[in-house]
Write a protein that binds this ligand. Structure first.
Ligand code: ZN
Length: 100
């Protein structure tokens, strides 16, 4: 099976609603679901996962393989602490670096 959010082949995904998610995407999708819930928007996991997939694979995307594990883990904790998705955290970091 494939992760609905990143499209990668997975062997032990987690089901959230009708979505199947890899371990990497699970926190991103659940954080996005929570943000939708707080905003009063629909919280369908499969819709949110597919939206993340489209955002990742649309024009302006850049796949960055082999991110150092500890850096990625630290970034994920920071994203959770700040209530951001990983996408938002990365874009924020990039923006602050390029145009502080
Ligand atoms: Zn995934």
């Amino acid at each position: 099976m494939f992760c609905d959010a990143c499209g990668k082949l997975i062997t032990d995904g987690t089901g959230v609603g009708r979505a199947i998610l890899c371990r990497n995407c699970f926190p991103d999708v659940t954080a996005e679901i929570e943000r939708h819930r707080e905003a009063g928007k629909p919280t369908d996991a499969i819709t949110i996962a597919r939206q993340i997939f489209r955002e990742t694979h649309s024009v302006g995307s850049y796949l960055l393989p082999d991110i150092p594990e500890q850096l990625w883990i630290t970034a994920k904790y920071k994203a959770v602490d700040e209530g951001l998705t990983m996408r938002e955290l990365i874009l924020k970091a990039l923006h602050e670096y390029i145009a502080p």
